[in-house]
Design a protein around this ligand. Structure first.
Ligand code: PLP
Length: 362
């Protein structure tokens, strides 16, 4: 008998479907597929190779970009936070990468170093999220300085990032978009603003380039009450996280389960032990009642999550057996639901999948 331990099933058909949904949602925009954090836990090279139709890729660290080049990826790759040292500029040239410029250090470095080739730049403006980006008042100075440099390719993309697009009742997105539109220079040809939430819910943020991350992996970033069109229903989860029951035990009313004995059963019941824990990336903070799918039925997580195991209440009349497969999230159990029970967001759950989790392709 061989029992399945933590396994992420990656559905390449779902990935292709989601890319198609993005194209339908933003038909006039090019697509920069965001692959940072190991493609949100789905496998950097695997996902890049499965998207030959993507117009560009986005990563957060230069190491990720170099891995993609070494894997033979030829599309443009954008460093979404730019570079962090002068040395990285040489690597940017060597590997033919695009870089975001969002601060004075980067502006000075790219315009003052001696470079053998010019670099494609995405100039990032802070339109209200107040994370990365230059002050809109500095736009002309940055743009003109970059334009005048032989180290910078002539077609600079203007970009910004949305902070609240998951909430369709929040006016900040319109304020950010209006500010973005005010940044005018006749030499700006291309613009980029929308992340997944912008793509789903704010068509006026699509511009020339959309930058989907989460929706590419079949997960919605939108708040439950947000108003979006039909597109949100058409995406499908790329990752399904599975494992199986490795022990089953009967407990009496009043007995507790797991470290600290934090959960106590009111009734006699059956506890199922599943081979997955925070060592695999299952969230340690998942609360009692977090849904787990066992033999087609949602059962509640009970007791603390351990490093390698979790425990669920299968009910007193359970017929589940050791070796039965369970689903932690994915198709049939949205990772969004699990995230809510762990007071986190699906982004964190996906990109925390650890190295020991087996990967199988579907
Ligand atoms: C600059 C930038 N663009 C796009 C994205 C993709 O966002 P999402 O995964 O919400 O689509 C991110 C991710 O945080 C980002 O930092």
């Amino acid at each position: 008998m061989s029992i399945l331990t933590a396994t992420a099933v990656i559905d390449m058909q779902a990935l292709a479907n989601n890319y198609q949904v993005i194209k339908e949602c933003a038909p006039n925009s090019k697509v920069l597929a965001v692959l940072k954090a190991n493609a949100y836990g789905h496998g950097l090279e695997r996902i890049a190779k499965a998207l030959p139709q993507a117009d560009a890729f986005g990563v957060a660290r230069i190491g990720e970009a170099i891995l993609l080049r070494e894997a033979g990826i030829t599309q443009p790759i954008v460093l979404l936070e730019g570079f962090f040292s002068i040395d990285e500029l040489t690597l940017i040239v060597k590997h033919n990468l695009d870089t975001v410029i969002h601060n004075t250090f980067q502006l000075d470095a790219i315009t003052q170093q001696l470079l053998t080739e010019s670099i494609k730049v995405w100039l990032k403006i802070d339109t209200g999220m107040h994370r990365l980006g230059i002050d809109p008042d500095d736009f002309h100075y940055f743009f003109n300085t970059l334009k005048a440099s032989d180290n910078v390719q002539p077609s600079i993309v203007l970009m910004s990032h949305l902070g609240c697009a998951d909430d369709t009742s929040n006016g900040i997105t319109d304020t950010q978009t209006a500010l973005f539109n005010q940044l005018n220079n006749e030499e700006v040809v291309e613009r980029s603003l929308a992340n997944s939430a912008g793509i789903f819910a704010w068509p006026n943020t699509h511009y020339n380039w959309v930058r989907p991350g989460l929706m590419l992996y079949g997960v919605s970033p939108m708040l439950p009450e947000a108003k979006t069109g039909k597109f949100q229903e058409n995406i499908a989860p790329v990752m399904t996280l599975k494992s199986s029951l490795i022990a089953i035990r009967k407990i009496k009313a009043g007995e507790t389960v797991g470290y600290g004995g934090t959960w106590q059963s009111n009734l006699p019941t059956t506890i199922g032990v599943i081979a997955i824990g925070y060592g695999d990336g299952y969230p340690r903070h998942a609360e009692n009642g977090t849904p787990v799918l066992v033999n087609g039925k949602i059962v509640p997580l009970v007791g603390r999550v351990s490093m390698d195991m979790i425990t669920v209440d299968l009910g007193n009349d359970s017929t589940d057996k050791v070796g039965d497969e369970v689903t932690l999230w994915g198709s049939q159990l949205p990772v969004e639901n699990v995230a809510k029970h762990a007071t986190t967001i699906p982004y964190e759950l996906l990109c925390n999948i650890s190295r020991r989790v087996h990967i199988t392709l579907k």
